[in-house]
Design a protein around this ligand. Structure first.
Ligand code: NDP
Length: 252
């Protein structure tokens, strides 16, 4: 009998880094559930691309900051594709860029609600479900952090950097807590990556180009380059790696 393809759930998989992870996972033999909050069309495109790569795929709508949505997202993904073996905790926002002193309560709160509270709901649900997924195949959680956690993002997104610092702590704690059950938990910390997150946070079209000289490899990263690190951590090639945090940042 042919063995079942492992199933991965990727939050915020409708575009950007999450969509790149979804497509690479589909090509590497995973079935894929993506979640999105608002852009159904983008989610349907991402699902179509996964199916074109030979995967079973589904899109589930929900806000990761809402506890009940997260439980439902996991229920829907498992109902469509079967028990989950991998979770990529990716959904994230920055909020409108600017100095901390000028940031609105809404900017700070929505960033923390999505990036910290949301990531914790997703992590908790993964910690409840992955231990029940049987089989010898790998079970992993990959949290998407940011090099901002150590750089601090002064004058732009101090609150966002703080939210990603929380992801780094979450990764270490979860890795130790879930190791006895054979579940590996790691993080990937992207540097500047070419996605819509930048256009959504600032009207400053020249910003990325101005920041480029700060990147030792002297270019902005592509979502596919982040996805490669995520897929590595999910794979058996990383079987002795847990609690790690891989920067994919062009050396920044
Ligand atoms: P994008 O803005 O391109 O995509 C974000 C995704 O997250 C979308 O699918 C969006 O869905 C979803 N999302 C946002 N908020 C929520 C929410 N509350 N509930 C559910 N889904 C939500 O971002 P990126 O691909 O650039 O970012 C992905 C991750 O990588 C984030 O965690 C980000 O912090 C991190 N990162 C990105 C870097 C970069 O330079 N791009 C650098 C370092 C880290 P919808 O549109 O439907 O709301």
């Amino acid at each position: 009998m042919q063995s079942r393809r492992p199933v991965v759930l990727i939050t915020g998989g409708s575009r950007g880094i999450g969509a790149a992870v979804a497509q690479l996972a589909a090509r590497r033999g995973y079935d894929v559930a993506i979640t999105y909050r608002s852009e159904r069309e983008a989610a349907e495109d991402a699902v179509a691309q996964c199916r074109a790569a030979g995967a079973a795929a589904t899109a589930c709508q929900g806000d990761v900051a809402v506890e009940a949505d997260v439980v439902r997202l996991f229920d829907e993904a498992e109902a469509a594709l079967g028990p989950l073996s991998h979770v990529v905790n990716n959904a994230g926002i920055t909020g409108k860029s600017g100095k901390l002193a000028e940031a609105s309560a809404e900017t700070i709160r929505s960033c923390i609600d999505t990036n910290v509270i949301g990531a914790l709901w997703v992590a908790r649900e993964a910690a409840r479900r992955l231990p029940k997924t049987s089989g010898d195949a790998a079970r992993t959680i990959v949290n998407i952090s940011s090099v901002a956690a150590s750089l601090g993002s002064p004058n732009e997104y101090v609150w966002y950097a703080a939210s990603k610092g929380a992801i780094d702590s979450l990764t270490i704690g979860m890795a130790k807590e879930l190791a006895p059950q054979g579940i590996r938990v790691n993080a990937v910390s992207p540097g500047m990556t070419m996605t819509e997150i930048h256009a959504r946070s600032t009207q400053d079209a020249g910003r990325l180009e101005r920041l480029r000289p700060n990147i030792p490899l002297n270019r902005i990263g592509e979502p596919e380059e982040i996805a490669e690190a995520v897929l590595f951590l999910m794979s058996d090639a990383a079987s002795y790696i847990t609690g790690a945090n891989i920067p994919v940042s062009g050396g920044r």
